[in-house]
Design a protein around this ligand. Structure first.
Ligand SMILES: Cc1ncc(COP(=O)(O)O)c(C=O)c1O
Length: 585
């Protein structure tokens, strides 16, 4: 088929509408001759064989290739830029009307055409008509299952400007003022976390030699960067050894006389820490998961015990870092940061706080106390595409010490030269976009109070939702919200009674059945396409722990309210009733 496109062929188009006859001959050297065999009617789109030659390339590269393309671009762009919400409602569904299997059968082409297949106008129309309806409308207030949600509409404008400017933050030569702006916005967020004094920020805000933090592609890379820095600080150069970054893991362990390095984190910590274990060469089995207490926070006694046990090895095992979570992915819970921070400082351990989710809570006067102790952290991760409501994807990592990032410094002759302010010097990423522009503008447009309102709405709506769940006999609240995430499950009242009996085997078999029901209800609701709540499995229980399937609700969309959440519960109840009727033998 592709061969045909390159050979001489006769193309006839649009006879019916045009009443004309065009013939297009395309030769193998891809020159195109258009023979007009009849009268040309105005306003008819002439479907000609598209050819990639220098002339058309320049036309496409510089501006919309023609008036028709420009109009189509404007038609959709206007809707996207000024009526984003209605555009999403109209064009993007949460639905699974078409199954993934069916969709995957539509996308099996593996050859790239030599010549263009479509004009820009057709590509855009295709995106809006064929792709968007099968994408997920994460902006719907009924989409409450993940940490991706509606954005303020101006984010699209800001992202567009960032794209148009196309600055590369790897070096000053491709970003100039934007690198400087980035240092300023990093200092602003650093100040919210660490609350250092005026003179500290005066000294470091534009200091080329020091770094308060860095933008990363996402929270995963922010966590990895934090632990990379922690690893290099722990296994730094000393007499006879020039540091782990240079010599690698085996000489480092030898130089320090150690067998293992471990990272201690709650069992609810994000899986990016496992990736960090692998990438940093310490092995992901050395990310030691500490059990959580009944509030889903890291069990401090167990953490202390683990530290004590490790210290008893006489230095054969080293603790690279302890992680505290400020907003666990599955439950939204916050570890006791103050206490972990003090424990780490007593034991001289790097304390990392993963606030990818909960970080922006610091902007709420009402709830910032929930993160008390974050200022003790040596490093902190915060995601921009989560509760800063920025477009995908953008993360950040912050460091208490303005010089600690020196341990991951890299230079090259053509860029990132020693002494320059190039931000790529201390960054896991090379080239990267100017997401700092978006955050800076968003902070100006929203103010801390604007963000606080969003955060407070999420927390308070989650609390109302928890009360509603408790009122309903068919449901059981599993993890109450500390921030704006909660989990629950379908568990009818008579079953709840049975579960309270002290018979582990009976509980186990009931829970197995409940797991099946909850899995199915979540799937059926998702497939129905009106609303979306996610699902996870928590290992919980008072005496003996069990794997329990729970429904997970993340409330970050300001348009989500308790009435919508009640409707979501109603739907789940209905699905459950229908499911148990039809699945009964
Ligand atoms: C607590 C926490 N940390 C880290 C991450 C990783 O963030 P990202 O998906 O941006 O890599 C997540 C993502 O959900 C998270 O919830």
């Amino acid at each position: 088929m592709n061969k045909n496109r390159q050979s001489i062929r006769l193309c006839k188009y649009d006879y019916s509408r045009a009443g004309t006859y065009f013939v297009t001959f395309c030769t193998q050297n891809r020159e195109c001759f258009l023979g007009n065999m009849g009268s040309i009617k105005n306003n008819i789109s002439k479907k000609t064989e598209l050819v990639a030659n220098w002339q058309t390339l320049m036309r496409v590269f510089i501006r919309p290739e023609n008036e028709e393309t420009k109009l189509i671009l404007l038609k959709y762009m206007e809707q996207i830029l000024f009526g984003l919400n209605s555009f999403l409602k109209k064009h993007v569904g949460i639905t699974e009307k078409v199954s993934l299997k069916e969709l995957s059968m539509r996308f099996t082409e593996t050859i790239i055409n030599k010549n263009p297949e479509k004009k820009l106008a057709e590509v855009i129309t295709g995106l809006i008509e064929d792709i968007a309806p099968h994408a997920v409308n994460v902006a719907s207030p009924y989409f409450v299952g993940h940490m991706t949600s509606a954005m303020p509409f101006f984010m699209v404008h800001l992202k567009t400007i960032v794209t148009a400017l196309n600055q590369n933050l790897v070096k000053i030569e491709t970003s100039k003022v934007v690198s400087i702006l980035e240092k300023q916005v990093i200092a602003k967020i650093h100040r919210i976390i660490y609350k250092e004094n005026e003179s500290f920020y005066n000294e470091h805000v534009q200091n080329a030699k020091t770094t308060l933090g860095i933008f990363t592609k996402d929270g995963t890379l922010a966590n990895i960067t934090a632990l990379w820095v922690a690893r290099n600080s722990l296994l730094a150069s000393k007499e006879g050894f020039s540091g782990i970054e240079k010599e690698g893991i085996v000489p480092a362990y030898k130089a320090y006389g150690i067998e293992r390095c471990v990272i201690l984190a709650s069992k609810l910590s994000h899986y990016s820490f496992k990736k960090a274990g692998g990438i940093l060469g310490i092995g992901n089995q050395n990310i030691i998961g500490i059990d959580v207490d009944t509030n889903n926070r890291i069990n401090l006694d167990l953490l202390k015990k683990e530290i004590k046990k490790i210290k008893k090895t006489g230095g054969r095992i080293k603790i690279l870092a302890v992680v505290g979570i400020a907003g666990a992915t599955e439950t939204g819970t916050i570890d006791p940061l103050q206490k972990i921070g003090m424990l780490c400082s007593e034991n001289k351990i790097h304390f990392h706080v993963d606030a990818a989710w909960g970080g922006p809570t610091l902007m709420s006067e009402k709830y910032k106390h929930l993160l008390d102790g974050i200022e003790l952290a040596d490093s902190v991760t915060i995601d921009c595409h989560k509760q800063f409501y920025m477009p995908m994807s953008s993360g950040m990592v912050y460091f208490k010490s303005p010089t600690i990032m020196n341990s991951i410094e890299y230079h090259a002759n053509y860029v990132n030269r020693p002494g320059s302010v190039d931000l790529g010097i201390k960054s896991i990423t090379g080239s990267r976009e100017a997401n700092s522009i978006i955050l800076d503008c968003a902070l100006k447009i929203m103010g801390t109070q604007g963000y606080a309102l969003l955060i407070e709405h999420g927390i308070e709506t989650a609390r109302k939702f928890a009360e509603e769940i408790k009122k309903r006999p068919d449901f059981q609240l599993m993890t109450p919200p500390e921030l704006n995430i909660l989990t629950y499950r379908i568990c009818p009242v008579d079953i709840k009674k049975k579960l309270s009996e002290d018979n582990f085997e009976q509980r186990q078999s009931i829970n197995k059945e409940l797991n099946k029901i909850n899995r199915n209800v979540q799937r059926l609701q998702r497939e129905a396409g009106k609303s979306f709540v996610s699902r996870t499995t928590l290992n919980i229980g008072n005496k003996r722990k069990e794997d329990i399937v729970v429904l997970r609700c993340v409330i970050m969309n300001p348009m989500t309210n308790i009435n919508i959440l009640k409707k979501i519960l109603d739907e789940q109840e209905k699905i459950y009733r229908c499911y148990i009727t039809t699945s009964r033998p």
